[in-house]
Design a protein around this ligand. Structure first.
Ligand SMILES: Cc1ncc(COP(=O)(O)O)c(C=O)c1O
Length: 488
């Protein structure tokens, strides 16, 4: 078989990466067909005049991505089911190491290369438990369009430059009212700064507070969007393990480091789902006050708790301006809206407003106006109530299916909340193989491995359930148990 592969031995891109890219492209462009057998690692290595371990590394990488499968005693094949959406798709260009050599890059630019790809290519699995999206199909788009149209009819003011970088004031009022009422956040509207999602909030805080070499404490496992943002500022990340009470505050305080920041998701720790207990909240706030450390509270999905009292935000208990609160409309509306907010202490308001202005001046106004009315007229909380019921149902179906098909080999972790659940499954297989086998039958999964600062196989997986119908959830779990050969 002639794969027409030419590798550049003088390129800064490692040979195995070049080879992986070539084979992936050949699959995506249809030059390698589903079920087609690949040359053995030995013969491909010989024909390309490279080492066999380079080919093995490449095959393993593509197998973990779901492009190849290895049949013992038979060889390596292109997976029989490559999702249609992947075919002919333009592969995401890896951030090229060539640029890394370029001396014109700032430290930040260089950091972004080691941070790795930030874009998520969402493969089109038939049943995807991959976490992230809420049930976008249930969002009342027709109604939302009417709210947008209200302001399309009289747009002049909206088209001007002259807008407050901190956001449309009535929206800040609406958010402050909502947060005081439903999250016990202690704030006035001026403290609310509108940004393009939590990601921008984290980015602005990181840039405003972190110097290269500063120490920051991160939940471990923890949120990649936050971790990558802090790493890009050359911060040193100290992983703090999670226990049944949430962030392990004893370990945090024993670190004896001069932390600038600590990043936490107290309502529903991402990804384990544990809620930070009251005892630990008090300990964290006292420690932050004594050490002068700033706490970033990321309250990304607290609206969704099922059958349990909502947990008030940490920010509302803070008496020493130690907490910056971050919220988002990505889960309660839809992610591409790109509206989120920060609640900052009074002394921070003008600083954060300036940082936001320098970044992109202002979050698009049309959506801010529409969202203000949406909240004031009750649609925001109505949609949350409807989705809470739906997610609760889907969560129960998922948990019942996991218990039915996996029996006592599965442990459900975390609180009864959010739009994902982390579970531990005992299979005796490594996570990569499980993902590969699942992908081969069209089931998308995420291993919790990547969320640990020191990746480790724990048999822990994240199941996002918001987007899947109850039938698909049951089918997906049934398929998983079959391929993992678990009969209960
Ligand atoms: C822990 C955490 N924070 C924040 C977000 C939301 O990010 P954004 O508001 O940028 O969409 C997510 C989304 O998945 C998340 O998991």
């Amino acid at each position: 078989m002639d794969l027409a592969i030419h590798l550049k031995s003088n390129s800064p891109i490692p040979l195995y990466q070049q080879l992986t890219e070539k084979i992936r492209t050949a699959i995506l462009e249809g030059r390698l067909q589903p079920k087609q057998k690949l040359p053995s690692s030995r013969s491909l290595a010989k024909s390309l005049m490279i080492s066999r371990s380079t080919v093995i590394q490449c095959y393993e990488q593509l197998a973990s991505e779901g492009y190849l499968e290895t049949r013992s005693g038979s060889g390596t094949y292109v997976c029989h089911q490559i999702p249609d959406e992947w075919l002919n798709a333009q592969p995401i260009e890896p951030v090229t190491n060539q640029i890394a050599q370029d001396l014109t890059l700032s430290q930040f630019g260089k950091n972004l290369i080691s941070v790795g790809s930030l874009e998520v290519s969402e493969p089109g699995f038939e049943i995807s438990f991959r976490y992230g999206n809420p049930a976008n199909g249930h969002f009342p788009l027709q109604l939302w369009r009417k709210f947008l149209n209200r302001y399309c009819d009289s747009p002049t003011a909206l088209l001007n430059y002259a807008a407050d970088a901190a956001g449309h004031f009535p929206l800040r009022v609406a958010i402050a009212n909502y947060l005081r009422r439903s999250r016990a956040v202690c704030c006035n509207p001026k403290q609310v700064i509108i940004v393009n999602g939590s990601q921008q909030a984290l980015n602005l805080i990181a840039r405003l507070t972190l110097n290269p070499g500063d120490w920051l404490a991160m939940e471990d496992p923890g949120y990649l969007g936050a971790r990558k943002c802090f790493s890009s500022q050359s911060a040193n990340l100290q992983p703090i393990p999670i226990n049944s009470e949430g962030l392990n505050i004893d370990l945090l305080t024993q670190c004896n480091r001069n932390f600038k920041l600590v990043y936490v998701t107290p309502s529903h720790q991402f990804p384990t789902g544990v809620t930070l207990t009251l005892r630990q909240r008090i300990a964290l706030l006292q420690w932050a006050q004594t050490t002068g450390t700033l706490i970033i509270e990321d309250d990304y999905d607290s609206e969704f708790r099922y059958g349990e009292q909502p947990i008030p935000a940490l920010q509302g208990m803070d008496k020493s301006e130690s907490v910056i609160y971050v919220g988002t409309f990505s889960k309660t509306m839809f992610p591409s809206l790109r509206i989120g907010y920060l609640v900052v202490p009074d002394s921070w308001i003008s600083l954060v407003r300036n940082a936001k202005w320098l970044c992109d001046r202002v979050t698009p106004l049309l959506e801010q106006y529409a969202l203000t009315d949406w909240i004031i007229e009750g649609h925001f909380e109505r949609h949350i109530r409807r989705m809470r019921k739906l997610y609760n149902l889907r969560r129960q179906v998922l948990i019942r299916a996991l218990e039915k098909y996996f029996g006592d080999r599965v442990t459900i972790l975390g609180a009864n909340a959010g739009i994902h659940v982390m579970v531990r499954i005992e299979t005796g297989l490594c996570d990569r193989v499980i993902l590969q086998k699942a992908a081969a039958v069209g089931v998308g999964l995420i291993s919790a491995r990547e969320y640990y600062l020191k990746p480790q196989d724990q048999g822990e997986f994240i199941f996002g359930y918001a987007q899947l119908t109850e039938i698909k959830i049951e089918q997906g779990i049934c398929k998983l148990s079959q391929i993992l050969e678990i009969s209960n």
